[in-house]
Design a protein around this ligand. Structure first.
Ligand SMILES: *[C@@H]1O[C@H](CO)[C@@H](O)[C@H](O)[C@H]1NC(C)=O
Length: 1000
């Protein structure tokens, strides 16, 4: 269940610079060829030229101030002129500029014959290096050259990060790492064109957290005149700087009660000035906020059938306002407020919408070719349906495919769609408001899942634009940076180094040593696994089984381990690093643990009250305490650093009643057992593992006959992965007592043979284990449970304990049935057979329990599929003692990720499942649905995305003995997580039984 440290590759800390994933050219010690940025208290002067982009001027000013923060020495910064006295001063300078824009850099390139062909004309590329005699009187300089505006900006911030300034220095209070000297390698750093052209974020569903916070921090309390929005240029310029430091370049601004272009006339101007490309969300065409701006300025209904002229004019104004600035324009149309368009909408009308929008571009841009005005059409929900029904837009418009709002991309470009000049992109979610339930609170996205989905996007050439919905931005910092970093350079990240991203991040943000940064990677991997296998908003008191497989206890034990680990590291940090660690690691671990613990405690309370156990009362107190602690954590976040992040944790998250958020957290219901009244069935309550029933007394769960029910019984197999069973003994009311638990055979061992229970210690768990050397076949022990209480009749009840010493032939290797079932992590195949160059490959830390396996490379056999029995396969040897109903059948459940039909309608995702030499059963597990919609099984509290898996269930013949289960690749992009073989005894649980015993 836990991420295995052994799987981690060594960490590289080249030159000591803490940066994530880029070539390192910065060091803190000189080498023979390095160039001094700061040494011996002197800093190299930084030169630009006055014809440089303002955004580069700004980034250079930040670059210089970053150097000062790191070293305490402020480099000079000026525009170079031929008469610059400092240019020929003794300190060798740094020359910064954009190719073809900066007269300084053009002069340097001319003078030195510097080869810039690697970046010339390449979007956002840069190079840096030491050059000799760049300018008259300058013997040597370090040049930082961008192929375009953002190329130069990214080069500067790339250095800043390596110097010791995290992109999140302000947004997550990451302290600057200080050094007395800074050097850069003579060969410099360079980067070509990024994998993804537009790498964007979308601030969305920003109420209550981001909006309330911004109102307090960036306004005098009232916000914009027309909308009340707090998102003015003071807010946005902070965001633009963060984005550029992360190498993000595209923004969909907050829009629910804001209008970027109206709220603050300087918003659009500054975006362009900084270097950010603006867009609007999928439902807001032509750079205007919908519904806000239409509500303010629109005339008549938002219906292109009946009101096209007014809407057309409204769009003209949007383009007039935006055209001075760099933009990637959303085209098309959705209903007002991100709703589907009305029933009268048809493809012809939407095509007219797009063609009218194109006319506006032509008019407004004075005939600039449409192909050089970037446009995107997002295929979201019903709009994807229009596309599927045949609607097309001109080739130069980028088609943006979308996920299902739950991180599963609905469709990627198929081969025939990949030669479009506008290309394709992806709109993805880390945060969502909608069915089956909002998830907006804390980070519940696994980067392994992001990698799995977005690597498909890369391979399927959806790389023109990526936008991720980041909700309030905080607390999704790390996942956001991963999404952007992967789009910046997808070749850096692979299945084998995803954890290196996190450990490098931990080193950069918290100045941790290698060991602790690996531990943080483990914490993050497990935390996001725990929070994503069921979103916190979907948890309730019975999500995890309280009675089977010790599931709830194991879930809590997992959280407890994380919490201990996070607490240890938190306590070891300098006070300067505590705030960042709290925001990025400690808070979500504690908050996730507290919420989960509260729900499970509520479940245990509810169950114990039903069972009439006095211990229910302590659990009621515990639920109350955890409910308060949940708020304490929110309060701690809000009061951190004198309230810098006040409101950022305002999001409610406890006790949803339907998909939409609650307006207030409410405590889960608990109940109490009388502390004053004796229990009429006797002093002691007896609850064996695996049942809700309690003895003595009538209880519908003991058996259907009520008072005629036999005494409690439990059983244990030799190959059970949990090698004991327990019985809980407890007070049933006001009367304290002493108890004994006495087996009548020597092979049954009890962990506690006697004790006393009272109000301060109302229950005792007694573990029963077996000395298997003394047991052959099936043997039954009686464990006599006696209770003695003053003034009460003697109490005595037997518990029958069955031990089944199952045995497998000595030659057998593989998974062995325990207690009526076999559970296997998909990654633990007995054999893995490659066909062509395609192999089922593990995605570490993926899914609900351990990992996933998927055909690799992502496109499989050049995107071809297989019939069951011909492609790559996984085999699992297993041994069963039972069959369902003794009839020779077993039920096989293969849990796969809820991936969509990624290969087009004629290529649904499928998997072949086979037992022994029976004919393989091929299943296409994602039911078809109307174009652009999801099948009913996707939705609901027990649906595909709520559960995080789709269960493929099949029946197979497997008489007791040794067998082999085979999984056959049919289509690429299928991810298998876990396999459960029910031989008649599998009990309900959320995650399935723990993995079976394996004989290796
Ligand atoms: C360089 O010149 C530009 C344009 O005049 C100006 O905006 C900028 O502030 C100057 N930069 C420095 C560092 O003086």
């Amino acid at each position: 269940m836990f991420w295995r440290r052994g799987a981690l590759l060594a960490l590289f800390a080249c030159g000591g610079a803490r940066a994530i994933g880029q070539d390192t050219c910065v060091s803190f010690q000189p080498s023979s060829s390095s160039f001094s940025v700061v040494s011996k208290g002197k800093a190299a002067h930084v030169f630009l030229s006055s014809d440089e982009w303002p955004g580069v001027q700004l980034a250079a000013a930040n670059f210089v101030s970053d150097i000062q923060k790191v070293t305490g020495v402020a480099p000079g910064l000026s525009n170079a002129t031929s008469s610059s006295a400092t240019l020929s001063s003794a300190t060798l300078p740094i020359l910064v500029g954009t190719l073809g824009k900066s007269s300084l850099i053009d002069q340097v390139v001319n003078n030195t014959n510097l080869d810039v062909s690697a970046i010339d004309g390449k979007w956002e590329a840069f190079l840096t290096k030491v050059v000799s005699n760049p300018l008259p009187g300058v013997s040597k300089a370090y040049v930082i050259i961008g192929a375009d505006k953002r190329g130069t900006i990214f080069a500067l911030y790339d250095h800043s990060e390596q110097f010791g300034v995290s992109p999140w220095y302000w947004w997550a209070d990451v302290p600057v790492a200080t050094h007395s000297s800074l050097f850069v390698a003579a060969s410099g750093c360079s980067h070509g064109t990024p994998t993804v052209k537009y790498r964007g974020i979308f601030l969305n569903d920003e109420q209550p957290a981001l909006q309330n916070w911004a109102m307090e921090k960036f306004t005098n309390g009232t916000g914009a005149a027309l909308t009340g929005s707090p998102f003015n240029h003071f807010f946005y310029t902070k965001l633009f700087e963060l984005m550029l430091r992360m190498k993000s370049n595209y923004l969909w601004p907050a829009q629910w009660s804001s209008a970027f272009g109206v709220d603050d006339p300087e918003n659009q101007f500054f975006a362009d000035w900084y270097g950010i490309v603006m867009g609007t969300s999928h439902e807001e065409p032509m750079m205007r906020s919908i519904p806000v701006e239409w509500g303010l300025f629109g005339q008549g209904p938002w219906d292109y059938n009946t009101n096209s002229q007014n809407i057309y004019n409204f769009w003209v104004e949007g383009i007039e306002r935006a055209k001075p600035y760099e933009g990637l324009y959303t085209v098309g149309m959705r209903g007002n407020g991100d709703l589907p368009l009305g029933p009268s909408t048809n493809i012809a009308l939407l095509e007219k919408v797009v063609s009218d929008q194109r006319q506006i571009f032509t008019n407004q841009f004075n005939g600039t070719p449409l192909t050089s005005i970037p446009q995107v059409w997002t295929l979201y929900k019903e709009v994807e349906g229009y596309y599927d029904q045949g609607m097309r837009v001109p080739d130069d418009i980028t088609l943006m495919w979308t996920d299902d709002n739950w991180g599963n991309i609905r469709r990627y470009p198929v081969l025939s769609e990949r030669n479009r000049t506008g290309g394709a992109g992806v709109y993805y979610h880390f945060d969502y408001v909608g069915d089956p339930r909002d998830y907006k609170w804390i980070q519940s996205t696994q980067i392994s899942k992001v990698f799995e989905q977005m690597s498909l996007a890369v391979d399927r050439q959806a790389t023109e634009v990526w936008v991720v919905n980041v909700g309030d931005l905080k607390p999704l910092e790390m996942a956001t940076e991963f999404f952007i970093a992967y789009g910046w350079n997808s070749t850096r990240w692979s299945l084998t180094n995803l954890n290196t991203f996190v450990s490098s991040w931990a080193q950069r943000e918290f100045a941790l040593n290698t060991q602790d940064s690996i531990e943080v990677a483990s914490i993050i991997a497990n935390m996001t696994m725990f929070l994503s296998r069921r979103k916190p908003e979907l948890l309730n008191s019975t999500t995890y089984s309280l009675i089977n497989y010790r599931e709830a206890d194991n879930v809590l034990a997992g959280w407890n381990t994380l919490n201990e680990s996070a607490t240890r590291i938190y306590n070891s940090l300098s006070s300067a690093h505590k705030a960042a660690f709290f925001q990025l690691v400690y808070h979500p671990v504690q908050a996730g643990y507290t919420l989960t613990n509260m729900w499970i405690s509520a479940g245990n309370n509810n169950m114990r009250t039903y069972q009439a156990r006095l211990s229910a009362n302590d659990l009621a107190e515990q639920v109350q305490a955890l409910f308060e602690q949940d708020y304490d954590l929110e309060h701690e976040y809000h009061t951190l650093l004198d309230g810098k992040w006040d409101h950022m944790m305002d999001q409610t998250h406890v006790m949803y009643y339907y998909w939409q958020e609650v307006t207030q957290n409410t405590m889960p219901p608990v109940s109490r057992v009388s502390t004053r009244k004796p229990n009429i069935a006797g002093v002691m309550r007896i609850v064996p593992e695996g049942t809700v029933a309690a003895w003595p007394g009538d209880d519908q769960y003991q058996c259907s006959q009520g008072y005629n029910c036999p005494p409690p019984a439990i059983s244990l197999d030799a190959f059970s992965p949990i090698n004991s069973r327990y019985v809980d003994l407890g007070m049933g009311g006001s009367v304290p007592f002493t108890f004994t638990a006495t087996p009548n055979v020597s092979w049954a061992k009890v962990s506690v043979a006697s004790g006393s229970l009272s109000a301060t210690k109302p229950e005792q768990r007694v573990e029963i284990s077996v000395d298997w050397s003394q047991v052959s076949g099936v043997q039954i022990a009686q464990i006599l449970l006696n209770a003695t209480a003053k003034g009460q009749p003697p109490f005595s009840m037997p518990l029958y304990f069955t031990a089944n010493h199952t045995r497998v032939p000595t030659s057998f290797k593989g998974f062995v049935e325990g207690n009526g079932g076999i559970a296997i992590e998909a990654a633990h195949a007995t054999r893995n057979t490659t066909v062509g160059d395609v192999t089922w490959t593990e995605i570490p830390n993926y899914g609900r329990t351990l990992s996933g396996v998927t055909p690799w490379p992502r496109l499989g056999n050049n995107e071809a599929n297989y019939t069951a029995g011909s492609g790559p396969s996984l085999e699992y040897d297993f041994y069963n003692f039972n069959t369902v109903g003794e009839a020779g059948n077993v039920t096989v459940t293969v849990q796969v990720s809820p991936s969509f039909n990624a290969n087009g309608d004629d290529r649904p995702l499928g998997l072949g499942v086979q037992v022994d030499s029976e004919t393989p059963q091929t299943t296409y597990f994602f039911p078809t649905a109307a174009p652009g919609s999801t099948p009913p099984q996707w939705d609901g509290n027990d649906g595909f995305v709520a559960n995080g898996v789709i269960s493929i269930i099949g029946n197979f013949t497997a008489w007791p003995g040794a067998h082999t289960l085979k999984l056959w690749m049919i289509e690429p992009a299928v991810v298998v997580q876990k396999i459960i073989i029910d031989t008649g005894g599998v009990q309900p649980s959320y995650l399935g039984p723990p993995e079976s015993v394996v004989i290796a």
